[in-house]
Every structure is written in structure tokens, then in C-alpha cells.
Design a binder for this molecule. Structure first.
Ligand code: NDP
Length: 323
């Protein structure tokens, strides 16, 4: 038996139920992991509230690091004792131990510890696909990246600088703006008090930016479109303030023949080789100096408090549960 969080219903942080569950032996193609560190991601909030519906009861969580305890029939490439990490389905990362398909995990380099790994796999592979494959950022591009002091945001600021881009971030407070700047943002707009599109036009001498990465959703949608240059790309990849309401595609024409995409990590790592490439690029970026800022850690038993803090915009960088 082990302990794992289960969702029996959707709602506030109080619906996170830390239950006794049976793990069992790994089946064909699976490994059993003893988990040491679990990543908190905003998608966990969407699953908990029901914004992204799950069949209940369900596990929760998509990212962790740990040690292989046992391997099932047909598993090659992993043996008990290997240090590994993962980000992605099947759901159920908020657990002390679990079974997982071997094709979902990657071995960890010695240079990356378990807390770092749990703080970077999902957010880091997200930044990889956003800036390499959704809109491939080139040296000299100026990009707008919202929530720049968050988990995804601090990784993005640093990685965009490695690519030679100029980064305009947004943040909810002066402290968060300073943090984003310390991680490479060239300009930070305080979006609670400043006009985002107006500031972007000032910074870009009226041109606007070729790409906006927007995970805030409802509150920033219009301003993001208004910040784009002609034929620019709006990458809407999250809903921290609520989902973007339905809109008339004519708005994309009126604002300059814009492109709109609503990507998800799962579609960009669905193929095993894509997941391995994304993880490899992330490890390389870390080797080159990208730092993973695990600015909050909680025991796994305090997941509800961590959810509350994330939704209240009290966190910066990544949050990890220790097991
Ligand atoms: P963050 O650490 O970035 O936390 C969310 C941040 O969003 C907050 O800290 C806050 O920063 C900002 N925010 C703005 N408005 C609100 C609001 N009304 N309520 C709460 N937060 C708000 O989280 P993650 O790094 O885990 O994820 C960032 C975003 O990226 C999320 O929206 C997530 O869903 C999305 N995402 C999407 C993926 C995809 O493939 N589509 C994959 C991974 C993440 P501030 O106070 O500075 O405004």
C-alpha cells in the first residue's frame, strides 16, 4: 500500500483526498517508481476544479522524479535503481509510489537533482515546444511572454535569452518583475496597472511583436492580439485568469492577418521520440546555465495549501512536493 491523492469530486483545494492505495507489481511495459519529488503545475488546478474534465474518481498530477523499483515484462533500458523523471500522462503523479509506462520516463543526468527535475520537466518541455516548434524564435526576435515570473515564465525568459531574443515579460508585482528581469527579461510590463499593448508598441517603435505567448487567458486576450505585428502569431496556451471566450475569427483579419493557435504539451510530446528530443533539449539548456527556480517546496501531504498559494498568485518559479 502507498498514499496517493485521489479526486472523488471537483472543487476547491479541499477536494484533494490523500488516500491509501494499492500499487502492485508492474505489468508488461511498465515500471514501478518510488517517487521522491512531485511537480505542481497549473493544469493540476484545472483538473481539480473541473475546467479540464476528468473521469472520476481520478488521480491527479503529471510530473515527478524518483527511482525505478521494479520493471515489468518487456521493459528495456531501465533497471531498478535508475533515477528517472517524467511529465505527461497517465495522470497520477501526486503519489508516493506508482506504476507508469516505461516509455513515459527519461533517465536523469547526475547534474540534475530530483527537486530540480520535478520542478522543470513539464514547464521546461512546454517552453521547448513553444519557442522551438510552435513559433520557432530566432535571434533578434522580440517576443511577449506573459506571467514571466511563474514556473513556465522564468524558464522561458532564460531560454529565450539563450536563443538571442529580446524578451518583454508581464508580471503581477514589482517583486515579480525584478525576478523576471534577473532571469533575462529585458522589459517587464506590470499588467495590473499598465496598458500592455501600448507599452509593447512603445518598446518596439510601433511595430509590435511577431509572437505572444499567453497563458493568462481571458484577462489578456485582447491586449495580446493588440500587441502583435502584422501576420504575428498568438499562442494561447493557458487559462490562469479563466478561459478565452469564443471569438469571431474576423478579429484576426481586422487586427492584421494574425495567426491563432491553442497548443498543448501533450500533442507535442505524443510521439516517444518527440518527448525524448524535448527532454534532451531541456537538459542541454540547463547544462548551458538555465537555472530551475524551485521557490516553494511542500511536503506532499500539504498539496491543498500549495494549490491555494498558486491560485492566489503568491508563488514564483516552480513548486515541488517532497515525498
Ligand atoms: P505559474 O507559476 O505561471 O502561475 C500562474 C501565474 O499566472 C501566476 O503566478 C500569475 O502571475 C499569473 N496570473 C495572471 N492572472 C492570474 C489569475 N487571475 N489567477 C492566477 N494566476 C494569474 O504556473 P505554471 O508555470 O504552472 O503555468 C503557467 C501557465 O502555463 C498556466 O496557465 C498553465 O496552464 C500554462 N501551461 C500550459 C501548457 C500547455 O501545453 N498548453 C503546459 C504548461 C503550462 P502574476 O502574478 O505575475 O500575474
Amino acid at each position: 500500500m502507498t498514499k496517493a491523492y485521489r479526486l472523488h469530486r471537483t472543487g476547491g483545494p479541499e477536494v484533494l483526498s490523500f488516500d491509501e492505495v494499492e500499487v502492485g507489481a508492474p505489468g508488461p511495459g511498465e515500471v514501478r517508481l518510488k517517487q521522491t519529488a512531485v511537480g505542481l503545475n497549473y493544469i493540476d488546478v484545472y483538473h481539480r476544479t473541473g475546467l479540464y474534465p476528468l473521469e472520476l474518481p481520478s488521480g491527479i498530477g503529471l510530473e515527478a522524479a524518483g527511482v525505478v523499483e521494479a520493471v515489468g515484462e518487456g521493459v528495456t533500458g531501465f533497471t531498478p535503481g535508475d533515477r528517472v523523471a517524467y511529465a505527461g500522462p497517465p495522470i497520477g503523479a501526486y503519489a508516493e509510489a506508482r506504476l507508469i509506462p516505461a516509455k513515459a520516463i527519461v533517465k536523469l543526468p547526475d547534474s540534475i537533482d530530483d527537486i530540480q527535475a520535478a520542478g522543470m520537466m513539464l514547464q521546461g518541455m512546454t517552453v521547448e515546444y513553444l519557442i522551438h516548434r510552435t513559433y520557432p524564435v530566432k535571434a533578434g526576435d522580440t517576443v511577449l511572454f506573459h506571467a514571466a515570473a511563474g514556473g513556465v515564465g522564468l524558464i522561458a525568459c532564460q531560454w529565450l535569452k539563450q536563443l538571442g531574443a529580446t524578451v518583454i515579460g508581464t508580471a503581477g508585482s514589482e517583486e515579480k518583475a525584478a525576478l523576471a528581469k534577473a532571469h533575462g527579461a529585458d522589459h517587464v510590463i506590470l499588467y495590473k496597472q499598465e496598458d500592455i499593448a501600448k507599452r509593447v508598441r512603445e518598446i518596439t517603435d510601433g511595430a509590435g511583436v511577431p509572437v505572444v505567448y499567453d497563458s493568462v487567458g481571458k484577462d489578456t486576450f485582447e491586449a495580446s492580439l493588440d500587441s502583435l505585428s502584422v501576420r504575428g502569431m498568438m499562442v494561447s496556451f493557458g487559462n490562469a485568469s479563466g478561459p478565452v471566450p469564443p471569438f469571431d475569427p474576423g478579429i484576426l483579419s481586422a487586427k492584421g492577418s494574425l495567426y491563432f493557435t491553442r497548443p498543448s504539451l501533450m500533442a507535442y510530446i505524443a510521439k516517444h521520440d518527440e518527448m525524448l528530443t524535448a527532454a534532451d533539449r531541456l537538459f542541454t539548456a540547463v547544462d548551458k546555465g538555465l537555472s530551475i527556480n524551485v521557490n516553494q517546496t511542500y511536503p506532499l501531504s500539504e498539496a491543498a495549501e500549495a494549490h491555494r498559494a498558486l491560485e492566489a498568485r503568491e508563488t514564483t518559479g516552480s513548486t515541488v512536493f517532497t515525498v
